[in-house]
Design a protein around this ligand. Structure first.
Ligand code: ATP
Length: 536
């Protein structure tokens, strides 16, 4: 049986894992059963990137809000009808926690009748088989996968399949979702689903779409890795005008969007995880009028996303101003300024900066200046005992880096000269031999004394008469010696003090470790040769 918890733990990012733990704790405290559901499970099983976390609780998810906010989550929106919370956790982890519910559609275009339900009933209201699975996060059943529609098999077959014949009629936003998933995954619609899709289009089911689902689907575009491809498909299928009648691919700044995705990828590789969603929306709607943009913003449920989109230009402008001013007069000051800036702003400004100097500084931050890190003499720093264990280590290494960046340490010699006074005192010698060792030594000494007595007695006996058996010293002394301990207890030699800081002659690490015993001051030339001769 597959170990889904193991897969989950290895596939989620550390921040996502923390978010799972926080939600688990909150649900446990509220005594609610918790499941990971929807796209997160699909992505865990299929090995695709896990973009967000969908949780379902048996109970009112809104009750978890305070606990989760206390734990640092930001609530982007909450929905009273579905008792759902849209959250952002540390590291930009998006999550939704919703109440397990059943939905009954009485009339096309009308919202469904919602009622609290079990997780099994909840899975029945889902859009596609690959999204209709739940993984238990509860004690006792943790790791149990509920897959009533055999979504795992459809993931294996790489197809998108609706749960029943009325799927598109009940909720026409599923037509848009079907287009989004087929474009993203390159998985086709399963044959019958395809037939239903075509018939839904012919019968114009889309006119029954609810406005709340429109906003949700606009929002989802912001998180696509290739939003332009999805937008093109939406346009072709007729869905784009449903999201906004004046939206078209001609309104997109495709060059800006392409640069955004490329820069985000570069930032990811350097360990930054900027949330590109606000900037994606900015470029997707670049040539749209103010009113249309306001309409789109109003429709989006996640208010934190809307705010970030609105503030994007102003915040980036502020950063550009600082980068052009005295605050960024030197490379080190620019480095510090950019290191403290929000990655989202750097990402956006990297593409939109109008001043060449500002763009160049961001470019240096990502490329040239990073290479200076390699000039930090880590090996020599270790010899000087300037290691990560030292509380002052982060500051020392950062200061060296900044000085190198500004060209204030121009050579290795200069760098070492700067570092030497910062070296901590040599470590203290190791403690004297332990009490146990002392006792053992005493015992050995006693044994040796006994041996001496026996030898003396034996010698006496030998002198007296040759018939009497004599204990040989070897046998008597064999006992302590057998344990590898000497018959007489020798105190361990005192630990040698640490090597004094060496001038920075480039040496191979192997040479250095060979020259390790540095307790004594370095012998003079002749002495060194002597010592060498002795060894040989
Ligand atoms: P993504 O990777 O785009 O986030 P997702 O499957 O997680 O994909 P969401 O829009 O986050 O998509 O929705 C979460 C889950 O909620 C879905 O997996 C699906 O089970 C369910 N869901 C969302 N929208 C609908 C819908 N219109 N009808 C039925 N179920 C839906």
């Amino acid at each position: 049986m597959a170990d889904y918890i193991y897969t989950l733990e290895t596939r989620l990012s550390p921040d996502q894992l923390k978010a799972v733990t926080l939600v688990q704790d909150a649900a446990k405290a509220a005594e609610m059963n918790l499941y990971l559901t929807g796209g997160a499970i699909r992505d865990v099983i299929s090995g695709l990137p896990i973009r967000d976390l969908d949780f379902t609780v048996q109970g009112n998810a809104l009750k978890l809000q305070k606990d989760l906010e206390r734990a640092g989550a930001v609530v982007g929106d909450s929905d009273d009808a579905t008792k759902a919370l849209l959250l952002t956790f540390k590291g930009g982890v998006r999550a939704e926690i919703a109440m397990a519910r059943s939905e009954r559609y009485d009339k096309p275009g009308k919202p469904p009748q919602i009622a609290p339900a079990t997780i099994s009933e909840d899975l029945r209201r889902r859009d596609f088989t690959v999204n209709a699975m739940a993984l238990s996060l509860n004690e006792g059943s943790r790791g149990l996968l509920m897959d009533p529609f055999n979504g795992a098999a459809d993931i294996e077959a790489k197809v998108i399949r609706v749960l029943h014949n009325y799927a598109f009629l009940e909720d026409p936003s599923r037509l848009i979702r079907a287009s989004r998933f087929t474009t993203r995954f390159h998985w086709p619609l399963e044959d019958r689903t395809q037939a239903r899709y075509v018939s839904a289009k012919e019968n114009n089911y889309i006119e029954y779409i609810r406005s709340s689902t429109i906003g949700y689907e606009i929002e989802q575009l912001a998180y696509e890795d290739d939003p332009l491809s999805v937008l093109k498909v939406y346009e072709k299928e007729g869905w784009l005008k449903v999201l906004n009648p004046r939206w078209s691919t001609a309104k997109v700044d495709s060059v800006g969007l392409g640069a955004l995705m490329k820069t985000r990828q570069q930032m990811n590789e350097l360990g930054y995880a900027p949330d590109a969603a606000p900037a994606v929306l900015y470029f997707l709607t670049d040539r749209m009028g103010e009113k249309d943009i306001s309409d789109l913003r109003r429709a989006i449920p996640r208010k934190d996303l809307v705010e970030a989109w609105k503030d994007l230009e102003d915040h980036a402008q502020q950063l550009a101003k600082r980068l052009a001013g005295k605050e960024a007069a030197t490379p080190s000051r620019t480095w510090q300024l950019l290191s403290g800036a929000r990655p989202e702003m750097i990402l956006f400004l990297a593409i939109t900066a109008r001043q060449q100097a500002v763009a160049q500084k961001i470019k240096n931050f990502f490329t040239k200046w990073r290479q200076v890190q390699q000039k930090i003499p880590l090996l020599e720093m270790t010899e000087l005992h300037i290691t990560p264990q030292l509380p002052a280590y982060p500051k020392i290494s950062n200061d060296v880096f900044l000085l190198l960046l500004d060209g204030k340490l121009r050579s290795r010699t200069e760098t070492l000269k700067y570092l030497k006074p910062l070296a901590p005192p040599p470590p203290p010698p190791p403690p004297p031999p332990s009490a146990k060792r002392g006792r053992a030594a005493k015992a050995a000494a006693a044994a040796a004394a006994a041996t001496a007595t026996v030898i003396a007695a034996s010698a006496k006996a030998k002198g007296k008469g040759k018939d009497q058996p004599a204990a040989t010293p070897a046998v008597v002394a064999a006992k302590p010696a057998a344990k590898g301990k000497p018959a007489t207890a020798k105190p361990a030699p005192p630990a040698k003090p640490a090597a004094p800081a060496k001038p920075s002659k480039p040496e191979t690490p192997a040479k250095k470790s060979a020259a390790k015993p540095k307790a004594k001051p370095a012998p003079k030339k002749g002495q060194r040769n002597k010592a060498k001769g002795k060894k040989r």
